[in-house]
Design a protein around this ligand. Structure first.
Ligand code: ADP
Ligand code: UDP
Length: 239
């Protein structure tokens, strides 16, 4: 069975917005538990999994900038939001008996370890799910870019983007209901056609490092493991 697994090591980017469920803000523990169970199921296939978690359910820096505030401060607030989400995900994974650790790009040693590539690889080699908090640690970036960066640093065979929609479309399917859905695209097609499911910096970084992107719905229970096993619904972006 395990010989059929498509990727042996992956980086999963989990949408922050997905964590709020129907509440419209913050963290719905039932949703985090469900995502944790999907990670546990995929882990049980023998796949190394690390996770970058978003923060859009708590704060986005542009929200401050759009009201005339300081963008950098807003981005700091957004990055802190990702730490809160990372702690919630670790709690859910631990409850399920999955060994997990949070590594933050912003030092907060009372709460979690600092990110270094060495520490991350060592924790992964010890069988832990590594959760990356704090995005890239820099303002003006997104957690999608953090996903692409950490995927390269961890030697991941693919970057999985678990988001609100089940793949990449010719236009935002939430705004254009009859948009065409793609099964496969190249990185250059995503950039050249301006398909906005992921920011351009993240797609460019994965293109440069020849890392495929797999876009799927984080709301479909079991989809992560199904895609790893070669079935499941997703758009794959590769060379
Ligand atoms: N061409 C497209 N194909 C698919 N989704 C798109 C596209 N353009 C925009 N989107 C929107 O992008 C969203 C995912 O991006 P983002 O808001 O950054 O999510 P996340 O919180 O998962 O990082 C989807 O929910 C979708 O509505
Ligand atoms: O490297 C990073 C990653 C995130 N952020 C900030 O954190 C917020 C939350 O991250 P993101 O919007 O990527 O979350 P998601 O869309 O996945 O919920 C962003 O809006 C930014 O303000 C940042 O400044 N640098």
């Amino acid at each position: 069975m395990t010989s059929e697994i498509r990727y042996r090591r992956v980086l999963l980017k989990v949408s922050g917005e997905a964590l709020m469920g129907e509440q419209g803000f913050g963290i719905d523990v039932a949703v985090v538990d469900r995502i944790a169970s999907d990670i546990a199921e995929a882990r049980a296939l023998g796949v190394d999994i690390s996770v970058v978690i978003g923060g859009g359910n708590i704060f986005r820096g542009v929200a401050v900038a759009s009201k005339g505030g300081d963008r950098v401060t807003g981005d700091h607030m957004g990055m802190l939001g990702t730490v809160i989400n990372a702690l919630a995900l670790r709690t859910s994974l631990t409850k399920m008996g999955v060994d997990a650790i949070v590594l933050s790009a912003i030092a907060m040693p009372e709460i979690c370890e600092n990110f270094t590539q060495r520490a991350a690889l060592a924790h992964q080699a010890a069988g832990r799910v590594v959760i990356f908090a704090g995005g890239t640690g820099n303002p003006f970036f997104t957690t999608d870019s953090a996903g692409a960066l950490r995927a390269a640093e961890m030697g991941a065979a693919a970057l999985f983007k678990g988001t609100q929609v089940d793949g990449i479309y010719s236009a935002d399917p939430k705004k254009v209901p009859d948009a065409e859905r793609y099964e496969h695209l190249t990185h250059s097609q995503v950039i050249d056609r301006g398909l906005q499911v992921m920011d351009i910096a993240a797609v460019a970084l994965t293109r440069e490092n020849h890392i495929p992107i797999v876009v799927f719905s984080i709301h479909e229970k079991g989809e992560f493991a199904r895609i790893l096993a070669g079935t499941g619904r997703a758009t794959t972006v590769s060379d």
